[in-house]
Design a protein around this ligand. Structure first.
Ligand SMILES: C[S@@+](CC[C@H](N)C(=O)[O-])C[C@H]1O[C@@H](n2cnc3c(N)ncnc32)[C@H](O)[C@@H]1O
Length: 251
């Protein structure tokens, strides 16, 4: 899929299932967003949440001047209904903020989806003050855990998919390299594996609602839903490998 097709798919996806990323990650407990927010807690100025979606980081950063931007009216309405804000509707590739006006950027599960990524990064570098902090959370490689590989193989087999796709796969495990190549100082790049319980059909159905599956036909999705619902049981879990990159902007 090219960038235009991805944009259309993502717009539709997030408008019709707002909050689904937060809901899915919440299966792993509060951990992913708490981990991401940690390096941003000491910030005293403005933190821009880039592609904030339902704004899960908002309650975790009560003392900063937080502002969320997202392109999806559905996600923003959902975040507003939860009392999270301020929120701005906007495109990450044309940020509606002045140059040097933010002290930190928080990018939760977003660098791998924002296109064109070079333009988005130009915009992040424009609005962020020199030496400002970026904390990004992205999907990471699965690793060698046999239980994890088997569980994901079961999911992918039901979907007849060979893997998961994103518009910017190089911004997943490669996020640190990508930033370093643009002159950022990478402070840390760490991988953590969280586990999503797959104890019953409510979990498998949330998983299938939360995955980007642009090439999966509706009948295949229905088959996968039935097949995974029958597989789910207490004790079953899917690994969710994540990478958190913390970096400071070029001067
Ligand atoms: C995987 S979700 C992450 C949402 C939220 N940060 C979270 O962790 O729950 C990706 C978000 O990117 C937003 N998005 C996609 N393309 C965008 C763009 N060009 N500009 C702004 N937001 C965009 C979507 O609307 C969606 O809310």
């Amino acid at each position: 899929m090219d960038d235009r097709e991805w944009r259309r798919y993502l717009g539709d996806f997030h408008d019709t299932r707002p909050g689904v990323t937060e809901e899915l990650l919440a299966l792993a407990g509060e951990a992913p967003y708490t981990w991401l927010a940690e390096p941003l807690r000491p910030i005293t100025g403005t933190v821009l949440d880039l592609a904030c979606g339902s704004a899960p980081t908002r309650p975790l950063l009560p003392r900063v001047r937080w502002v969320g931007v997202d392109a999806s009216p559905g996600e923003l309405a959902y975040a507003a209904a939860l009392g999270r804000g301020p929120l701005v509707m906007g495109d990450a590739a044309a940020l509606p903020f002045a140059a040097g006006s933010v002290d930190a950027v928080c990018a939760a599960m977003s660098l791998q989806v924002l296109t064109p990524l070079d333009t988005v990064m130009d915009e992040v570098e424009r609005v962020l003050r020199p030496d400002g902090v970026l904390a990004a959370l992205v999907p990471a490689r699965l690793g060698a855990s046999p239980a994890g590989l088997l569980a994901w193989a079961r999911v992918l087999l039901a979907l007849r998919e060979t893997g998961l796709t994103w518009p910017n796969p190089h911004a997943c495990d490669g996020a640190g390299r990508l930033l370093a190549a643009r002159g950022w100082a990478v402070v840390s790049s760490a991988r953590r594996v969280l586990w999503l319980p797959m104890a019953g059909p409510e979990h498998t159905s949330l998983l299938l609602r939360g995955l980007y599956l642009p090439g999966t036909a509706p009948e295949r999705l229905r088959y996968a839903q039935r097949s995974l619902a029958a597989w789910a049981r207490p004790g079953r879990a899917l690994p969710l490998p994540l990478r958190r990159v913390v970096a400071t902007a070029p001067r």
